[in-house]
Design a protein around this ligand. Structure first.
Ligand code: G6P
Length: 367
């Protein structure tokens, strides 16, 4: 192929390590030269008139859409609906014609996502495509394309496309917030300032790889692994669990932390690893209670947090990985990296085919 693995053992490893520069490209594309204002083809959308945002995708792209739901609601005050494409195309959702429908897809060819786009075309105010492959069907058929600029992604398990989708969606939500007068110029500049620090913080996080690999060695023998997160980190827990099952074949489930008591706690017994993605935030003490509940039942907790979180958690975590500080809005982008590395190293420890996992395809062009 035209793309090689360079110094890496797998495309997945190479693509994980490309993320600081890939996300940097997204920022250079969608943030203006003054570094304080979004500049994007999404300015063509009439965000003020939008009744709702519909966010649609499959697999990892659907988790990027899930994070974007928090951004569009909190930063732009627009009600959002999040749908798996294969559900949306058949569920006969009532439309009022004023929706902005956003389709998220690395390949731009996923059959269900394309069918969902064709289902709404002409029946909503605008369609937007968040895609990597700009020559794809979805890119051609949406009203407005926002390329995620990840470059070719070869590993079947999506990594850099995910964080590039997130960065592209974040700038879009910030733009919508400005247009809808939810964000003033100072707040927009502050959020973009946080985003502009991401390449550096992502590079710092990747330097924790040895530590993360040690945590992965503890996960690798497990039969079941639980991932927990709340708010914007909930979709990162879902994505962490998906990555692990895709490439290591370990059964993993992602749950909203607050939902622990409504089922998943029944799975906890001696030695079950629980990965908690939790930067310090006002609800962090609730996360500490969740950790106490699973530890009391014999679980081993792998806590992904920041320095203040590690301090607050005290000895309530068996393994703590301390990430750089980042504001709450952009934390999901940074916390994507350690869950990717955990899955990658767990798969290495299991000896599975990381770049070509069984039964999976890079792009699913049939229903
Ligand atoms: C397949 C791939 C996943 C991907 C999903 C959606 O299942 O294995 O990695 O997230 O399709 O693909 P898309 O190209 O639409 O983002």
């Amino acid at each position: 192929t035209l793309v090689d693995k360079g110094r890496h053992r797998h495309f997945m490893a190479k693509e994980i390590h490309e993320q600081p520069s890939a996300v940097g490209r997204v920022l250079a594309r969608y943030i203006g030269a003054d570094r304080s204002r979004v500049v994007s083809p999404a300015e063509a959308v009439d965000w003020s008139a939008a009744s709702r945002v519909l966010l649609i995708g499959c697999g990892t792209a659907s988790f990027a859409a899930h994070v974007a739901k928090y951004w569009f609601e909190q930063l732009a005050g627009i009600p959002c609906e999040l749908d798996i494409a294969s559900e949306f195309r058949y569920r006969e959702a009532p439309l009022d014609g004023r929706e902005v429908a956003i389709f998220v897809s690395q390949s731009g060819e996923t059959a269900d996502t394309l069918a969902a786009l064709r289902h709404v075309a002409g029946r909503v105010a605008a369609t937007l495509g968040i895609v990597n492959v700009t020559e794809s069907s979805i890119a051609r058929e949406v009203d407005t394309v926002l390329p995620i600029l990840a470059g070719p992604e070869i590993g079947v398990a999506s990594t850099k496309a995910f964080t590039c989708m997130l960065a592209t969606l974040a700038t879009t939500a910030i733009l919508a917030g400005r247009v809808r007068r939810r964000l003033d110029a100072a707040r927009e500049a502050a959020l973009l300032g946080e985003m502009l620090s991401l390449p550096r913080l992502m590079a710092e996080t990747l330097r924790l790889e040895t530590e993360i690999a040690e945590a992965a060695a503890e996960i690798a023998p497990a039969r079941d692994v639980l991932y927990l997160g709340r708010g914007r980190l909930f979709p990162i827990a879902l994505e962490g669990a998906l990555k692990l099952k895709e490439i290591s074949y370990i059964h993993a489930e992602g749950y909203a932390s607050g939902e622990l008591k409504h089922g998943p706690i029944a799975l906890i017994d001696d030695g079950v690893p629980v990965v908690v993605t939790a930067p310090s935030e006002p609800l962090f003490s609730k996360t500490v209670s969740n950790m106490q509940e699973v530890l009391a039942r014999g679980a081993r907790v792998v806590l992904l947090t920041d320095a203040a979180g590690a301090e607050a958690a005290g000895s309530e975590a068996s393994i703590r990985i301390v990430l750089p500080n980042i504001g709450p809005e952009m934390a999901p982008i940074l916390y994507s990296l350690p869950v990717q590395l955990l899955a990658y190293h767990a798969a290495l420890a299991r000896g599975t085919d990381v770049d070509q996992p069984r039964n999976l395809a890079k792009s699913v062009t049939v229903e």
